[in-house]
Write a protein of this length. Structure first.
Length: 104
């Protein structure tokens, strides 16, 4: 699941009404509340893995299992924080994702 929290990526949330034939749009104030809740959860230390990058490091992120959240410090000028290179690969299939288990 990938979240782009904030403008211009999110303008509103919608909910299917009974029967699923129409959508009820949430007002911007309610949308801001939902975005704040998502951000609080994404930044909750019990869920966060913070990588101290070193030259040559590679991270592979499964967006079906985790949320990638780039810290604001990584968004500064590359001359200050280094160059951030991201490559995206999408794998399609017709099987539902398997549930993760601490037993495995």
């Amino acid at each position: 699941m990938c979240f782009h929290c904030g403008e211009p990526f999110v303008r509103a949330f919608a909910e299917a009404e009974a029967g699923g034939e129409s959508l009820r749009m949430y007002p911007w104030s309610a949308t801001l509340d939902v975005l704040a809740e998502i951000k609080r959860e994404l930044e909750n230390p019990k869920w966060v893995f913070e990588l101290e990058w070193e030259l040559g490091d590679l991270a592979i992120i499964d967006n079906l299992a985790v949320a990638h959240y780039a810290h604001a410090d990584t968004q500064a000028d590359p001359s200050m924080v280094g160059l951030r290179v991201l490559h995206r690969t999408t794998i399609a299939g017709d099987h539902a994702p398997l549930a993760w288990s601490s037993q495995s």
